[in-house]
Design a protein around this ligand. Structure first.
Ligand code: AMP
Length: 482
C-alpha cells in the first residue's frame, strides 16, 4: 500500500495532508503525483470525488517550493470551468499550502478587477482562474503568461460543454511551450483528445474509473410518473417531488435537486420553500455573491435542499449529501453519473432518485446502457399517484392530517392571495425539514395563514371546542312545562 510519505512530497505538504486527516493517497493521487513530480505531462481521467484536486495541487506546491514569484508573471496556472470550481480549487490550495509561503490569486467573474490586479501586480505563485476572466485580465495588459511553468486544466469535459475550448487553446498558446501540463477530464470526447494531442507532450495517462461508473454506495431508483392531465404535469411533478422527499423520512439529511432548465431551478426552489422546506436555487444566472452564499449555506447545513442546474453544481465538493433527486432525467447520460456522484462519497451511503415522465423513459434507458446496470423503478408514493385519479377536491380536503402531497389544490406559484388556506397546506413534514423561520413561527407568533384560518373556524377557549349556538343559556320558553 502506498503512503503519502512514499511520494516524495515537500515535508510541509505532508504535514498539511496529515492535518487534513488523510490516511493514504487515493488511487488518482498515488498514480499521478509521482509523474507530476518528475515534471511529466499528465492526462488524468478521473471524476470529482476521487481526490483529483490534491493529485495536482500537492505536487504543484512541492515543485513551486523552490523559486520566487515575480510581478505580473504567475508561475503556475489552474483553469477551472466555473467560478465555484475555481474557488474550490483555491480552498484546497489554501489547505495544502498552509505551511508554505506560496501566494495565490483567484481570478473569477463577479469579483472586482481592482483587488485582483493588486494581487497580480505583487506577483503570485499560483493563479487559479476561469478562462474568460483570465483572458479579460490578459487583454487589459495586466498579466503575462510567459512565466507559467505548470499549467493545470481541470474538468476539461465541462469546459467543452460550456464552449471554452477555443479560450483554452488560446491560453495554451500564451504560455511557454516548455511548461508542464496536468490535464484532467472525467470523459474523453474526441475534441478533448484532439486538444491533449496538440498541447500535451508525451503525457502519462492515469485513469481511475471507467467513464460511466457509479459508486456502489449509491442506492438508485427511478419513479416513472404519468400526470393526470397534460396541463397539470408541472404541478403534479412538484407534488411528486415533495412526496418522494417526505417518503425518505429521517434518512434524508440534505439533498441536491437537479433540474435540466434554469427556469425550473427557480420554480422548484420557490415551490419547495412555499411548502415549508428549506430550499435555495443555484444556477449560472444568479449573482456570484448569491451563489457563494447559497453554497456555503448548504455546506454548513443551513440550507437543506440545493436546487441546481448541471453547470452550477458540476464538480462541487460537498461532503455528506444524503440524497440526489433528478427532477428531470438528464438528456446527456454522463450528466447522470456526475449528478449522482455528489452523494455516496468517500464510502458513505447515498440515495439517488430520478423522476421520469413517460416521455423521458428513452433517456433513462440510455443512462442504463451507459452505467451498465438497471435502475430499479419505484411507484409514486400513494399520495402522489395521479394517473387514473380525479384531482382532489378542495372543499373536502380540510383534513389537517392529510399527507403532504395529497392536498395541493391551487397552483403553488400563484400570488399569495390565491394560495390555498393553511388547513390545506402540508402539515405532516417533520419539523427538521422546515425552514428555521417557520419553526420560530410555529413556536411563537401565529402566521398570517393561521390568523386567516382562525377567522374561518369557531373560536376556541382553553383548548376546548368553543360553543356554537346558544351555549349554556337556555331560554325560558324552552323550560316551560307543557
Ligand atoms: P476532489 O475529487 O478533489 O473533489 O476531492 C474529493 C474529496 O476527497 C475532498 O473533500 C478532499 O478533501 C477529499 N480527499 C482528497 N484526497 C484525500 C485522501 N487522500 N484521503 C481522504 N480524502 C481525500
Amino acid at each position: 500500500m502506498i503512503k503519502f510519505t512514499d511520494l516524495e512530497l515537500d515535508p510541509r505538504v505532508l504535514k498539511a495532508v496529515e492535518d487534513a486527516g488523510y490516511e493514504k493517497p487515493t488511487p488518482i493521487q498515488a498514480q499521478a503525483i509521482p509523474f507530476a513530480l518528475q515534471g511529466r505531462d499528465v492526462l488524468g481521467i478521473a471524476q470529482t470525488g476521487t481526490g483529483k484536486t490534491a493529485s495536482f495541487t500537492l505536487p504543484m506546491i512541492t515543485m513551486l517550493g523552490k523559486g520566487r514569484a515575480r510581478a505580473r508573471m504567475p508561475r503556475s496556472l489552474v483553469l477551472a470551468p466555473t467560478r465555484e470550481l475555481a474557488a474550490q480549487v483555491a480552498e484546497n490550495f489554501e489547505i495544502y499550502a498552509k505551511h508554505t509561503k506560496l501566494t495565490m490569486a483567484l481570478l473569477i467573474g463577479g469579483v472586482s478587477f481592482k483587488d485582483q490586479d493588486r494581487l497580480i501586480d505583487r506577483g503570485v505563485d499560483v493563479l487559479i482562474a476561469t478562462p474568460g476572466r483570465l483572458l479579460d485580465h490578459f487583454e487589459r495588459g495586466k498579466l503575462m503568461l510567459t512565466g507559467v511553468q505548470i499549467m493545470v486544466v481541470d474538468e476539461a469535459d465541462r469546459m467543452l460543454d460550456m464552449g471554452f475550448i477555443p479560450d483554452i487553446e488560446r491560453i495554451f498558446k500564451l504560455t511557454p511551450f516548455t511548461r508542464q501540463t496536468l490535464f484532467f477530464s472525467a470523459t474523453m470526447a474526441p475534441e478533448i483528445t484532439r486538444i491533449t494531442q496538440e498541447f500535451l507532450h508525451n503525457p502519462e495517462r492515469v485513469e481511475v474509473a471507467r467513464q460511466a461508473t457509479t459508486s456502489e454506495t449509491i442506492i438508485q431508483a427511478a419513479c416513472v410518473f404519468k400526470p393526470s392531465r397534460k396541463d397539470r404535469t408541472a404541478k403534479e411533478k412538484r407534488e411528486l417531488l415533495r412526496a418522494l422527499i417526505t417518503g425518505e423520512g429521517k434518512t434524508l439529511t440534505n439533498a441536491i435537486v437537479f433540474c435540466n432548465r434554469k427556469v425550473d431551478v427557480d420554480i422548484v426552489a420557490k415551490s419547495l420553500k412555499k411548502h415549508g422546506l428549506n430550499a435555495a436555487p443555484i444556477h449560472g444566472d444568479l449573482d456570484q455573491s448569491v451563489r457563494t452564499r447559497t453554497l456555503t449555506g448548504f455546506r454548513d447545513g443551513e440550507i437543506m435542499f440545493l436546487i441546481a442546474s448541471d453547470v452550477a453544481a458540476r464538480g462541487l465538493d460537498i461532503p455528506n449529501v444524503s440524497h440526489i433527486f433528478n427532477y428531470d432525467v438528464p438528456i446527456h447520460s454522463e450528466d447522470y453519473v456526475h449528478r449522482i456522484g455528489r452523494t455516496g462519497r468517500a464510502g458513505r451511503e447515498g440515495r439517488a432518485i430520478t423522476l421520469c415522465s413517460t416521455a423521458e423513459e428513452k433517456y433513462l434507458s440510455a443512462i442504463e446502457d451507459l452505467v451498465k446496470q438497471p435502475i430499479p423503478r419505484i411507484d409514486p408514493p400513494n399520495a402522489a399517484r395521479h394517473a387514473d385519479k380525479k384531482p382532489p377536491r378542495r372543499a373536502k380536503t380540510a383534513e389537517p392530517a392529510a399527507p403532504v402531497t395529497a392536498v395541493e389544490t391551487v397552483e403553488e406559484t400563484a400570488a399569495p392571495e390565491q394560495a390555498a388556506p393553511a388547513a390545506e397546506k402540508p402539515r405532516r413534514q417533520s419539523e427538521k425539514l422546515r425552514e428555521p423561520a417557520q419553526n420560530k413561527q410555529a413556536a411563537g407568533k401565529p402566521s398570517q395563514d393561521k390568523r386567516t384560518r382562525d377567522k374561518r373556524k369557531p373560536q376556541q377557549k382553553n383548548g376546548k371546542n368553543a360553543v356554537v349556538g346558544m351555549g349554556d343559556h337556555v331560554p325560558a320558553f324552552l323550560q316551560r312545562s307543557l
